[in-house]
Write a protein that binds this ligand. Structure first.
Ligand code: CA
Length: 381
């Protein structure tokens, strides 16, 4: 069933009508897509059929278009969202994945380095991240082919074959609109001048490949085969009512990571496998904010491009039922993870469908939907 976005969220998408091939730009109103492609207002922003021109136009235009849509919806054609094909909404430039949940990083540290400290010495001083593969970011619904790679078995033998520890990671993605200049760091308080909005991200992960390859340079083929994103980009402006205080960082971060008024977001993720809900990770517990991630990513002078995507890292909360990956959900479990059909999971099987949705909790008790990202595992051919 299509997500009901209500009247004021106004998330953007790119879609194709049945029987056609032309990409069109739409905005979500209730459970419909309102077609903006041919409306005369702001026509130059939407004629390309993707959000690229809109993203590049910058914050003044983003606000002007949003105000126009909030005040008076245009008379463009409306289609039920589940009657159109939602496609990749923007051209991904660079893709960076962070590791910003203290609960996730602690759990993974204990699993991968059981004899060492759970958090590495740098973890509370900088938002750790790595550059991923932009060309394999795909829209929700794209089949995920089980990757093959090198693994080291428990007896030390090195083998090659399809991953037997395929996993998901539930994350929030930040979509960069306005670019920056090479050599000039983006100050932390300029976050909203560059970041247009958010999407949901599933960072598919082959744990057996990852465990063997990640030392010393970090994730590589265990991650780069596919990353799924939701088709809806929710503007940052729609989430102002969901801002919450960031958990107090300790030790105090360096000045370039201190904003004038740091904020997190009160989002609740809902993860299901084949329709069985398995976890509800809370985004408000994230240690590092999106603004800190952006400031750190550019502090060396690396420039932003329109379409850059950076993701939060797996969202995991403090409780066992709030973990954002199977690696954590099946770790130290006294009971196996059991689905509604009676089957159990440690890692993903072929034909499994992982669906990650999220909603924002606004002051006053209302909620605001962010849509969903979904993908089905298909066997290695
Ligand atoms: Ca990740």
């Amino acid at each position: 069933m299509a997500t009901d976005f209500g009247r004021t969220t106004l998330p953007y998408c790119s879609f194709v009508l049945p029987g056609t091939t032309q990409r069109r730009v739409g905005v979500g109103v209730g459970t419909d897509v309102l077609d903006l492609t041919d409306v005369p207002q702001h026509a130059d922003l939407f004629v390309g059929g993707t959000l690229d021109a809109m993203l590049a136009a910058g914050p003044d235009t983003w606000q002007a278009v949003r105000s126009w849509l909030l005040d008076d919806l245009p008379d463009g054609p409306r289609h039920p969202a589940d009657s159109v094909e939602l496609v990749m909404p923007f051209t991904v430039a660079d893709y960076v994945d962070f590791y910003a949940s203290e609960h996730h990083a602690t759990n993974v540290g204990r699993i991968f380095r059981p004899d060492g400290d759970a958090l590495t010495p740098n973890w509370k001083h900088l938002p750790i991240g790595y550059h991923g593969r932009a060309g394999t970011v795909v829209v929700s619904g794209t089949p995920i082919t089980r990757p093959s790679g090198q693994r080291r078995l428990s007896d030390g033998e090195i083998t090659f074959g399809p991953s037997v520890r395929l996993d998901f990671e539930a994350e929030l993605g930040f979509v960069v609109g306005a670019p920056s200049t090479l050599g000039q760091p983006v100050p932390i308080d300029d976050f909203a001048r560059h970041v247009f909005g958010v999407c949901l991200v599933d960072d598919w992960s082959a744990r057996d490949v990852q465990a063997w390859e990640y030392v010393p340079l970090g994730p590589f083929l265990g991650k780069s085969f596919a990353t799924s994103v939701s088709p809806w980009i929710v503007p940052l402006a729609a989430l102002e009512g969901a801002r919450v205080e960031q958990p107090t960082p300790s030790p105090e971060p360096l000045p370039y990571l201190q904003g004038a008024a740091p904020w997190g977001l009160d989002l609740e993720f809902v993860i299901s496998i084949n329709g069985t809900e398995i976890s509800r990770p809370p985004f408000a517990s994230m240690y590092w904010t999106g603004a800190q991630m952006l400031a750190h990513m550019t502090v060396n002078g690396a420039s932003l491009r329109t379409g850059d995507l950076f993701a939060s890292g797996t969202v995991s909360g403090p409780d066992p039922e709030q973990r954002g990956s199977l690696l954590e959900l099946s770790w130290n479990g006294t009971e196996p993870l059991t689905l509604d059909d009676g089957s159990t999971r440690t890692f993903l099987e072929d034909a499994d469908t992982v669906t990650i949705s999220a909603h924002a909790r606004l002051a006053g008790g209302q909620t605001l939907e962010l849509g969903e990202v979904s993908g089905t595992v298909v066997p290695h051919s």
